[in-house]
Design a protein. Sequence first.
Length: 177
Amino acid sequence: MMEIKKYEKESEHLRKTRPTKDEYFMLLANLVSLRGTCPRLKVGAIAVKDGYILASGYNGAPSKMDHCIDVGCLMVDGHCHRVVHAEQNVVSMAARKGISLEGATLYVTHFPCDTCLKILINAGIKEIVYGKMYKNEVTEVLLKEAEEKGLIKIRQFKLDKERVKVFLDEVMKDEND
């Protein structure tokens, strides 16, 4: 005999501990950033469309080349030129795998640089959701024009530390028992 059984207590717990889509994808972008190999800044990004992850990337040296953590940062005018940016690695990964980013949203841990913004626009990314501001006046000028032309939208989404702790406690609850 079939029955519908409601688990009220468990359902309420799930409602409290289930991340929103923004929380979920930004958490994943932050997790991806942990793979970054430049000690100056770790950045992670994921491209998402229709609720599915298309590609991910973090900042690090090109494939099979030496990483900053191993040989040092290649600095020019205060910027490391050894690394490929996380956003560029997302586009590169998608291209290598034949995945279109047309209409996708990019979740990225930091505000993009002007080069990444231009690449993302050309890749068809329609929205950028970033976590932390990384001041870049050139990006802001280009972004204003791109938004006015309807090419891309951008918004900031900051993870709440208390919510992140709830998620981590939930993930680790069986491990800690």
